[in-house]
Write a protein that binds this ligand. Structure first.
Ligand code: ADP
Ligand code: MG
Length: 572
């Protein structure tokens, strides 16, 4: 095989490792161990306990375009396994010293084949208990140009570790081990998805993550997403798999970001491990040689499916953030480390009908300010108010114990969701411009504007072509009249083209509403009556996203009785 082409397929050690790991999984391995030396360049060994390779098939395994995974052209379309082009081993063998030892379960012993710079050896008997062991030595020894592109040992190793993590995260039922230069850096038994995520992304992520699972007509999205309070300063905890394969996909990434837009501070990033299973006929995985990108036949449907699934999950009141770091209560932060000391989810996700005065229900609640203990078991999720602390927190008693509410943050969220809800129900009010604005536009933009006319109108825009390269804006969304209309229109048209729908406007509008809500919400240091506090609690229970304020901070925290008891060493 041509060494230049081979270098494209395995452009660095991590790419070779990924191919070997995928082969092991395709062979049904239950346990895979990886041994690397000097960042994988000097040596890379992947041993699995999978089905193994037949003696006669060994030469085929290292031959180009030989694959055991495709029988027909339809298979190529559906490509259910990870590998399917029969290129990886041949490519590795062209630019390294490759040796494969394998034993089928029914074979009397193992066989070995080697391939060095493309020269394939004869098949010989060898010793191996079961499965397949692939060894790659001196990567790029015969292609100095490629070797020059390698980064430091530490960098190449980090990339290998990343490739390893992506695969290990996607297959928690398989055991994995990793060593580098003789030192063990990971060892994981078969386990559940949450355990595997805890191991690789941290206990904090796993403990607070919300499980999602949504079935569409021809797709399913499942996995774990971080609660808004557990976001990151960078994108390094974002794992999306399409039909089992790790990918970077901008359609899905955009949909995920949008779903978090309301609960995330703009310089924070969500963390997630998501698996999208989609009818293989609806996705093209051969866009990229490493198959790390995909193209969806209907990207707008995928965008909507992902966006709605995550929005729904995040909207559930009580999408809990474990206080962990926040409350400095009690001194020493002892409570924060008690397991189970987290907001309990409550199964109730009714949107607010419309924004109404938060004190509306005050009278009805007045009589039952503090229920007796027996009654507390049937109390509403957030319980009944007891008192107000320093004008900042509402203390309430619920079935589980003590609830503390940040009243400003909570009210802000309620006001905000109310405003949004009221506006979502109708089309955005439009404001005609006295002097229409003409904008130069590309033919695609003009076409998009014509095709999306109705949608643009519901967003408050009135736009028409006024020449082959010109659009005329005759009306703009009233709420956003002060913003840069041509810029806004371009973003909207681009999103409509790319994702089939635009949320740019809704987002801008929400930013404004969020500011309005912040000003409208009850300020700290305002004394509330018990009735007012109860009204606030009831309103929170009815509000979507009530678990966190518009800036992603938690709005309430549960202190279970058991944890309080432990503080006072009761019941031991
Ligand atoms: N670890 C393994 N266990 C069993 N069979 C393997 C393993 N690695 C490779 N093979 C066999 O070698 C063939 C070629 O592998 P590869 O070059 O990666 O191509 P592909 O995975 O696209 O088929 C595979 O189709 C498979 O039959
Ligand atoms: Mg393969």
């Amino acid at each position: 095989m041509n060494q230049i082409a081979a270098g494209e397929v395995v452009d660095r050690p991590a790419a070779a490792l990924k191919e070997l790991l995928e082969n092991s999984l395709d062979a049904g391995a239950r346990s895979v161990s990886v041994d690397l030396s000097e960042g994988g360049v000097r040596r890379m060994r992947v041993a699995d306990d999978g089905a193994g390779i037949e003696q006669d098939d060994l030469p085929l395994a290292v031959a180009r375009f030989a694959t055991s995974k495709i029988a027909t052209i339809e298979d190529l379309e559906r490509a259910a396994t990870l590998g399917f082009r029969g290129e990886a081993l041949a490519s590795i063998g062209a630019v390294a010293r490759l040796a494969i030892v394998s034993r089928r379960t029914d074979a009397k012993h193992a066989y070995r084949i080697a391939c060095e710079a493309g020269e394939v050896s004869a098949v010989e008997p060898a010793a191996l208990a079961a499965g397949t062991t692939v060894e790659v030595e001196d990567l790029y020894f015969n292609t100095p140009a490629r070797r020059k592109f390698l980064k430091s040992e530490a960098t190449e190793y980090a990339r290998c570790e990343e490739a390893f993590t992506r695969i290990a995260l996607s297959r928690p039922e398989v055991a994995f081990a990793l060593t580098h230069n003789g030192r063990r850096s990971a060892h994981m038994p078969p386990e559940g998805a949450r355990e595997r995520a805890a191991r690789l992304l941290g206990d904090d992520f796993a403990a607070s993550a919300v499980a999602v699972d949504s079935q569409g007509a021809r797709a399913r999205l499942a996995g774990l997403i971080a609660a808004p309070g557990f976001t990151r300063a960078n994108r390094d905890a974002q794992f999306l798999y399409v039909n089992g394969r790790f990918v970077r996909d901008k359609v899905a990434a955009h949909a995920i970001r949008e779903a978090y837009a309301d609960v995330l501070h703009h310089d924070r990033h969500p963390a997630y491990v998501l698996f999208l299973e989609i009818d293989p006929a609806l996705v093209d995985v051969n866009v990229h040689p490493a198959k790390s990108e995909v193209r969806f036949r209907d990207s707008s449907a995928v965008h909507q499916f992902v966006f709605h699934t995550l929005s729904r999950a995040l909207a559930t009141p009580g999408v809990h953030q474990k206080p962990g770091t926040d409350p400095g209560f009690p001194p020493g932060g002892k409570l924060g480390s008690v397991p189970g000391f987290a907001q309990a989810g409550f199964a109730m996700a009714q949107p607010v009908a419309a924004y109404a005065s938060m004190f509306e229900t005050a009278v009805a609640d007045e009589r039952r300010a503090v229920p007796v203990a027996a009654e507390a078991t049937q109390s509403p999720p957030l319980g009944y108010a007891l008192a107000q602390l320093h004008g900042v927190y509402v203390l309430a008693q619920n079935a589980a114990g003590l609830v503390m509410v940040d009243m400003h943050a909570a009210h802000e969220r309620i006001v905000y969701e109310g405003l949004k809800e009221a506006l979502d129900a109708t089309t955005l009010p439009s404001q005609p411009l006295l002097v229409p604005i003409s904008v130069t536009a590309t033919p695609e933009e003009i076409e998009q504007a014509a095709a999306g006319r109705v949608e643009l109108e519901t967003l408050g825009f009135d736009v028409a072509a006024s020449g082959p390269r010109e659009l005329l804006i005759r009306a703009v969304p009233a709420l956003l009249a002060d913003l840069d209309a041509p810029g806004l229109l371009r973003s909207v048209l681009r999103e409509m083209g790319e994702f089939g729908a635009s949320r740019v406007l809704v987002e801008r509008r929400n930013e404004l509403l969020s500011t309005m809500a912040c000003h409208a919400a009850v300020r700290a240091n305002r004394a509330l009556t018990v009735a007012e506090m109860n009204a606030l609690l009831r309103q929170m229970e009815r509000t979507e996203f009530a678990g966190s304020c518009n800036h992603g901070r938690p709005t309430w925290v549960q202190f279970p009785m058991a944890d309080l008891d432990r503080l006072f060493m009761r019941g031991r």
